[in-house]
Design a protein around this ligand. Structure first.
Ligand SMILES: O=C(O)c1ccccc1NCC(=O)[C@H](O)[C@H](O)COP(=O)(O)O
Length: 266
């Protein structure tokens, strides 16, 4: 039986085929020449305080419509004002309501490193991300075999970008570490059931060695949640729903950073 992740990826592949037929790979590669320089997110993620990657997310398979977000750049500027270390822009269209146009709008107005948040299955998407000014891309270990993972990770590095390598189990964490990933995200959302459980990060973080930057992803809704995953070893958190549904996202970000940084200030 196909999982939600399988269904999302089937749609991603269809949309990808459309874009590839409209813009051949050599044209995308040529566009990289004029793209903004790559920003390195790692120094901010390695700073003593908890970092936040703030997500532009209109809708999701688990919750449906979350927020209209008529101007993604305005939202991203509010995130930056609150202290976001990086901005995540969902570019998947069918289930998340995102697009590469959102990425362009955010890139033009915001200086923070940008994560192109999509379901990466082909090198074309990584070239495309760089051509649109992204600094990070997402590689979901559950969606890729080791050969694909290695090829996509290597290409990301060759283009000067950073891969956020996402895991859901200790075995996937082992594969991400074997790949040499510097930035590993533990997604608290089970991509088969869509259930969210913050103890996922607590259980898997110990399988990721010191020196790797650990990101707790999904289901973080409050300063108390930020403090909880920080205490379990998170250097950064990835937050979407709680921010797009908050009337004052900048204040919400500042409160999460403060709560998650208490240990680092001692
Ligand atoms: O958000 C979903 O429902 C979802 C379903 C299936 C695959 C991925 C999904 N989300 C992608 C993400 O990783 C989240 O958008 C991100 O971690 C932020 O999560 P949240 O703060 O819970 O919005």
């Amino acid at each position: 039986m196909s999982t939600v992740l399988d269904q999302i990826i089937a749609g991603v592949r269809d949309d990808l085929a459309d874009r590839q037929s409209q813009t051949p790979l050599d044209q995308v590669i040529a566009q990289i020449e004029t793209a903004p320089a790559v920003r390195d997110p790692m120094p901010a993620f390695r700073a003593p305080q908890l970092s936040i990657i703030c997500e532009v997310k209109r809708s999701s398979p688990s919750k449906g419509s979350l927020a209209e977000i008529s101007d993604p750049a305005e939202l991203a500027l509010a995130y930056a004002g609150g202290g976001a270390a990086a901005i995540s822009v969902l570019t998947e269209q069918r289930r998340f309501g995102g697009s590469l146009a959102d990425l362009d709008l955010v890139r033009w107005r915001v200086d923070q490193p940008i994560l192109r948040k999509d379901f990466t299955v082909e090198p074309y998407q990584i070239y495309e991300a760089r051509a649109h000014g992204a600094d990070l891309i997402l590689l979901i270990v559950a969606a890729l075999d080791d050969k694909q993972l290695s090829r996509l990770h290597q290409l990301t590095t060759e283009l000067g970008m950073t891969a956020l390598v996402e895991v859901h189990t200790p075995e996937e964490a082992r594969r991400a570490v074997a790949l040499g990933a510097e930035l590993i995200g533990v997604n608290n959302r089970n991509l088969k059931t869509l259930d969210v459980d913050l103890s996922m990060f607590e259980r898997i973080a110990g399988a990721i060695p010191d020196g790797v930057v650990k990101v707790a992803e999904s289901g973080i809704k409050s300063p108390a949640h930020a403090a909880r995953v920080s205490a379990a070893g998170a250097h950064a958190i990835l937050v979407g729903e709680a921010l797009v549904t908050d009337a004052h996202p900048g204040a919400a970000i500042a409160a999460m950073i403060a709560a998650g940084s208490i240990n680092s200030q001692e």
